[in-house]
Design a protein around this ligand. Structure first.
Ligand code: NAD
Length: 263
């Protein structure tokens, strides 16, 4: 009963590390063939894909598509259908961050963050829907953030994009519900992955905090649980939303945030 349903085909964007990689493991462990996507060391990516395929007996393939480019999003979705078959599950998880005071926030970072965190999901959903509608089954999960629900300083593009992603989730969910397709968002609190590790220095600079206090002061203090969230904790929520059992959950933004958004 741990399976999603009869064998399903999934695309998980931004899955070369962190939450995305844990999601690939979770979906493959539940019987899915999966397309992995994202940047990183090619030998390590190939090793991870081979290890997951070997352990689960499912097909795991890789796309190096740069999702800041709409034509590459479309090509990735077509590639997934060619190599694996019609896509049943789409997890829009790729994300990038940039931290700076608004009056110094670089225009190109605004464009990049909106493209990867928001527009890529629009283009991927658009490409996935025709075959999901035809087959009358589909699961779309968008990795938003607690910063899709509340604001935070020095992250204008990320906060705007993640709020937008939750808006997109709600709009899509209503439109596709009659076709057996659900669309939900998960909203993680702090998970120690490369996206967080890379912003420690930027956070220290913009807040004036010493680097070794950033994690506690900026990222942990608001979480009543007071501890980091494991990538697997977010992945298991995503896998549940991709299951048959979650067929009546749609348009939701599910916090996996140690209580961050409760106060
Ligand atoms: P991560 O840095 O491990 O993963 C980000 C992934 O996105 C990587 O695979 C990276 O290669 C990929 N990526 C970045 N730019 C890309 C592009 N242009 N094209 C294709 N792939 C690209 O970090 P993570 O924490 O696992 O992040 C996953 C998602 O979770 C992101 O959307 C992030 O915003 C969100 N999130 C993370 C946290 C956290 O605390 N880590 C909190 C809330 C939300």
């Amino acid at each position: 009963q741990n399976r999603i349903a009869a064998a399903r085909i999934a695309v998980v964007t931004g899955s070369t590390s962190g939450i995305g990689l844990a999601t690939v493991r979770a979906l493959a462990g539940r019987g899915c063939d999966v397309m992995v996507n994202g940047f990183g060391d090619r030998a390590e990516i190939d090793r991870n894909c081979a290890e997951i395929a070997e352990r689960t007996g499912n097909r795991i393939v890789y796309s190096a598509a740069d999702l800041s480019r709409p034509e590459e999003v479309r090509a990735m979705m077509a590639d997934a259908a060619d190599r694996l078959g019609p896509v049943d599950i789409l997890v829009n998880n790729a994300g990038v961050q940039h931290v700076a005071a608004l009056h110094e926030f670089p225009d190109d970072k605004w464009d990049l963050l909106l493209a990867v965190n928001l527009s890529a999901a629009f283009h991927a959903i658009k490409a996935a829907l025709p075959s999901m509608r035809e087959r009358r089954w589909g699961r779309i999960v968008n990795t938003a953030s607690v910063l899709g629900m509340v604001g935070a300083p020095h992250k204008p593009a990320y906060v705007a994009a993640k709020h937008g992603l939750i808006g997109l989730t709600k709009s899509v969910s209503i439109e596709v519900a009659p076709h057996g397709i659900t669309c939900n968002a998960v909203c993680p609190g702090t998970v120690l992955t490369p996206i967080i590790e890379r912003q420690i220095a930027q956070q220290a600079q913009v807040t004036g905090l010493p680097e070794d206090q950033v994690l506690q002061t900026v990222f942990l203090e608001r979480m009543p649980t007071g501890r980091l969230i494991a990538p697997e904790e977010v992945a298991s929520a995503i896998a549940f939303l991709c299951s048959d059992a979650a067929g009546s959950i749609t348009g939701a933004a599910l916090p996996v945030d140690g209580g961050y958004t409760t106060h």
